[in-house]
Write a protein that binds this ligand. Structure first.
Ligand code: ATP
Ligand code: MG
Length: 241
């Protein structure tokens, strides 16, 4: 579905993403992991059109999308969540997600259909969709659910989930993992899941890619990643001789 080839992003003299290549197959959940600052969110920003690549190619179902604007990429079927949720605080949950439904259709959808789609997306993530439900007092887990609902309302075929479940407790992390599994299994949406800790992600993903300092250092099955010396070195530090 997605083919990334030789993708690089330079910020001044700093190479945040360095010649990264990978494929995403239709229907899979691909984990994209790596320590803080390894280039995961930047990779998402490049795919989703929030940043322009310095070089490289990104093809979605064979069509080049590298350098396209975010709304164009969204309309091609790529939905994304942001690592730091920034909902419209003065709008209800329903209004937030309804706006996303409008965005996903470039406004070519009736208010009623957009709201219907928003109710469905909120239901999928387990958030209330009544008009009184507001963003006030939402905790980290609920804000992440709202991000997911906003992305789902754009009707993606590929979902880029920048989850980073750091602020969540163990049970909330497990539920977040199950939710992504459910989204893939029930809606048939292909997913790339970004995380900086390996933990719960490994139970859910079909394959995993590991980034370190902007470079891909591993690609394969989750079980093999945990046994790979380069991966354990990045996560646990180099074993002393
Ligand atoms: N707009 C920018 N300008 C300059 N440097 C940036 C910019 N965006 C990201 N960086 C740098 O690029 C590197 C990769 O950042 P990125 O956000 O992709 O990391 P990450 O893997 O998502 O980390 P985390 O797990 O902490 O979310 C970091 O060193 C970061 O400071
Ligand atoms: Mg990040």
């Amino acid at each position: 579905m997605l083919t990334v080839e030789g993708l690089s992003k330079r910020f001044g003299g700093f190479l945040a993403v360095n010649q990264v290549s990978f494929d995403v197959r239709a229907g899979e959940i691909l984990g994209l992991i790596g320590p803080n600052g390894s280039g995961k969110s930047t990779t998402f920003n490049l795919i989703a059109g929030n940043l322009r690549p310095s070089s490289g190619s990104i093809r979605l179902d064979g069509r080049e999308i590298a350098g396209e604007s975010a709304h164009v990429v969204c309309h091609q079927g790529v939905g994304r969540t942001f690592q730091i949720p920034r909902p419209f605080r003065k709008l209800s949950l329903l209004e937030n997600v309804t706006l996303a439904a409008f965005y996903g259709e470039a406004g070519r959808i009736s208010r009623l259909d957009a709201e219907r789609r928003a109710v469905e997306a909120l239901g999928m993530v387990g958030l209330p969709s009544d008009a009184a439900a507001s963003t006030a007092g939402l905790g980290a887990a609920a804000l992440k659910k709202l991000e997911l609902a906003r992305a789902l309302a754009t009707k993606p075929k590929l979902l880029l989930a920048d989850e980073s479940l750091g602020g969540l407790d163990r049970a909330e992390m497990e539920r977040a993992a199950d939710m992504l599994l459910d989204i893939r299994n029930r809606l048939g949406i292909t997913i790339i899941w970004v995380e900086h800790i390996m933990g719960v992600l490994m139970r859910v993903v079909d394959r995993v890619i590991v980034l370190d300092h902007g470079e891909k250092i591993f690609e394969g099955k989750p079980g093999a990643a945990a046994a790979d010396p380069r991966v354990t070195e990045v996560y646990l530090g180099k074993a002393q001789a």
